[in-house]
Design a protein around this ligand. Structure first.
Ligand SMILES: [Zn+2]
Length: 285
């Protein structure tokens, strides 16, 4: 390869650097940074050639050293894809932050002669053991979110007597509204976002409820419907709207088991309010 050509092949790096570089690129991608590698391994001949630029050869100085981690196969340079500038500052800084989390040295952090597109590692680099290098997980839940965490939030809210419009793992308008009502009642900023304060408050409320509750095994059940099919249909609707693991039995809808009378009473109220039924509570042995 000629001294004026850049090698962009990650496979030309030492194993540790190759691993670091790949992980770095992966994390940059996750963070939405649209970057690419401009150079990895650099021969000493090329390093010396570059060093002469702006010195014995015309042009702007591009390097301040005859020695470089590139020649040791431990460094790589990046640039930013269009439409951003080739060396978009904000993007390079974000990439620098990611590198820091991964234990990779970022040239942008060098005092004196920072080199923002440059990244390097030692030959004994290993990925952070705690695995916390993945882009920090969002610490809050908001409208539009989906998944198990949302579902747990909905279960908790329903337990506290709030209507989330179903326990479906989808943070929709009703769930946001339930959060907002809770926030208003407890003196928190009512933004409908379940952030740290709101989640902490919910935890406290659940603990309080558990303490002041009457423990036992309780189920809520509706009156008898005309047909078995009707009971099945209503069980499904109650489950979709409120949770409670309802099932049909003897033309009635029965909920799953509650572990306190109070939580069963909240379910009873919710079913009454949402469906107009007049459900009863039964204690089980
Ligand atoms: Zn470099």
């Amino acid at each position: 390869m000629s001294v004026s050509t850049q090698c962009r092949d990650i496979n030309e790096l030492l194993p540790a650097a190759k691993k670091a570089c790949n992980l770095f690129l992966e994390e940059c991608k996750k963070a939405g940074l649209d970057i690419f590698i401009t150079e990895t391994y650099r021969s000493q001949a090329r390093q010396s050639f570059l060093y002469e630029q702006g010195r014995s050869r015309p042009g702007q100085k591009v390097t301040w050293t005859k020695k470089s981690r590139h020649t040791s196969r431990l460094a790589w340079d990046i640039a930013v894809n269009p439409p951003k500038d080739l060396y978009d500052n904000a993007t390079l800084k974000k990439a620098g932050e990611i590198a820091k989390r991964l234990g990779i040295t970022w040239g942008g952090s060098w005092k004196g002669t920072p080199d923002m597109p440059h990244f390097e590692v030692q030959s004994n680099w290993t990925p952070p053991a705690n695995g916390n290098y993945t882009a920090a997980e969002k610490s809050y839940l908001e409208q539009g979110d989906q998944g198990d965490k949302v579902k747990q939030l909905q279960i908790d809210l329903v337990k506290l007597g709030y209507d989330t419009g179903g326990v479906d793992g989808i943070y929709g308008k009703a769930t946001a509204n339930a959060v907002m009502v809770l926030q208003r009642r407890t003196g928190l900023a009512a933004d409908g976002i379940a952030g740290e304060n709101t989640l902490a408050k919910i935890k406290v409320l659940l603990e309080q409820e558990a303490k002041s509750s009457t423990p036992g095994k309780y189920r809520v059940y509706t009156g008898a419907f005309k047909t078995k099919e009707e009971a099945e249909k209503q069980a499904k609707l109650i489950g979709e709207k409120l949770g409670y693991k309802p099932f049909p039995k003897d033309k009635r809808v029965w909920t799953g088991q509650f572990t306190s009378l109070e939580s069963a009473m909240i379910a009873q109220q919710n079913i009454r309010r949402e469906f107009g039924f007049n459900p009863q509570i039964r204690q089980e042995q």
